[in-house]
Write a protein that binds this ligand. Structure first.
Ligand code: FEO
Length: 401
């Protein structure tokens, strides 16, 4: 693969030397339907510096891209902004290959890297606000713990005005068109939203704090360079993603309801349709997602800017329907804020699923604003009336906010 891949120049002194993962469709439980990129960056300064690496299977691709610019062994410094293995996977190999003078990481980054790779290596600690000199330019580090891991940091290259944001402001989108302005905006907005909902949402309060600080710093950012997906090189694209992050992190949704359900013999599905129609009649934006046809990570994406979650599950073998349990376990970890909701379903001998739904709702801090609707075997007219009432109740609370 030595000459098979080329670097892409992104500014006067910096090259993209990452890898394109065209085929990945499952990123630890997140459906990456458009693949992804692992972005790494080569800074040609007096001290030649590599910012992040790529996932281990793409080592040869990264190395070839670096070699299209310089002999990799000429790299002096490596900066590890984030220790998760999609960015650090090639770090042990690169350190052994090039024996860099310095490998910079945050305090937590050094700890995480040593624990991942069972290292006894000497790494170089940088803390929030520290700068390092590359000779003719400088990198300043900003600690961003929990964006996405405790070790995460963002780094700013002063000369070219590049903000390396690691996971933050990225998206899973495989592309050779490295800049955001080469893509349809609606695709970028969707994939950025999906990324936020599925990766960063649990850390929304940290994001809100960081955005405030970012705005106060007023850094002269010319390029925002995340570790996944396209880079942003114009002011409007950069402003757009910061504004979107501010909105998503705020936990304030639109007047929108998401109904998720699965069904054994059609009863819970029929109830979902009646609840949806009731909400629609009340003028509420409503989306019904059958979990037999919808991936959990798409549910998370739709839920990010919704105000209510309604869940329908049959009882199967004295338990939740498996797709419902899967999705709720996933959503519980993502810690959506300020949701209201209700649950419903059909059952045969007992309604044990309702007990589990109640527990999930409590653990997810969802404010239950309408009574559970239970239908034995097949819903009757009264059950459907209760479904309509459930929709009206949710609509009423949303409108009253
Ligand atoms: Fe792309 Fe948290 O790693």
């Amino acid at each position: 693969m030595k000459d098979a891949f080329k670097a892409i120049k992104i500014s006067q002194n910096v090259y993209w030397v990452g890898a394109i993962d065209w085929s990945i469709r499952d990123f630890h439980g997140y459906a990456t339907k458009r693949g992804t990129t692992y972005n790494a960056f080569l800074i040609i300064a007096d001290k030649i510096t590599l910012v992040d690496t790529v996932k281990k299977p793409f080592q040869d691709e990264m190395l070839a891209r670096i070699a299209s610019v310089i002999d990799p062994e000429k790299i002096d410094y490596i900066v590890s902004n984030h220790a998760e293995m999609d960015h650090s996977g090639c770090l042990p190999f690169m350190i052994d290959l090039i024996q860099p003078e310095k490998v910079y990481a945050s305090t937590q980054g050094i700890k995480a890297l040593k624990e991942h790779f069972n290292w006894d290596k000497q790494l170089d600690e940088v803390q929030d606000g520290n700068s390092i000199s590359l000779g003719n330019m400088n990198i300043t580090f900003l600690a961003t713990p929990m964006l996405h891991w405790p070790d995460s940091m963002i780094s700013f290259l002063d000369k070219d005005g590049i903000l390396f944001t690691q996971d933050a402001c990225g998206m899973h989108l495989a592309t050779g068109d490295i800049f955001a302005d080469q893509h349809d905006k609606w695709i970028l907005d969707f994939e950025a939203k999906k990324y936020f909902a599925n990766i960063l949402n649990p850390y929304s309060s940290k994001i809100t704090t960081f955005i405030k600080r970012y705005r106060e710093l007023n850094l002269p950012v010319k390029i925002m360079a995340p570790d996944h997906g396209p880079l942003r090189r114009n002011d409007q694209d950069i402003k757009d993603i910061v504004d979107l992050y501010e909105f998503w992190a705020s936990g304030t949704g639109y007047d929108k309801v998401i109904i998720i359900y699965d069904t054994m013999w059609g009863s819970t599905g029929a109830m979902a349709r009646v609840i949806a129609d009731s909400l629609i009649q009340q003028g509420i934006d409503t989306l019904v997602l059958s979990l037999s046809a919808t991936h959990r990570s798409d549910v998370a994406t739709h839920l990010l800017d919704a105000k209510a979650l309604i869940v329908g599950s049959p009882t199967l073998n004295n338990d939740l329907y498996p797709t419902i349990a899967d999705c709720l376990t996933y959503l519980r970890g993502l810690k959506f804020q300020n949701l209201m909701g209700a649950y419903f379903g059909s059952f045969g001998w007992n309604g044990k699923a309702f007990t589990y739904l109640k527990t999930y709702f409590e653990e997810m801090n969802i404010n239950i604003v309408s009574e559970v609707v239970k239908a034995k075997y097949v819903p009757n007219d009264n059950d459907y009336k209760n479904c309509q009432q459930l929709g009206e109740n949710i609509a009423k609370v949303i409108k009253a906010e």
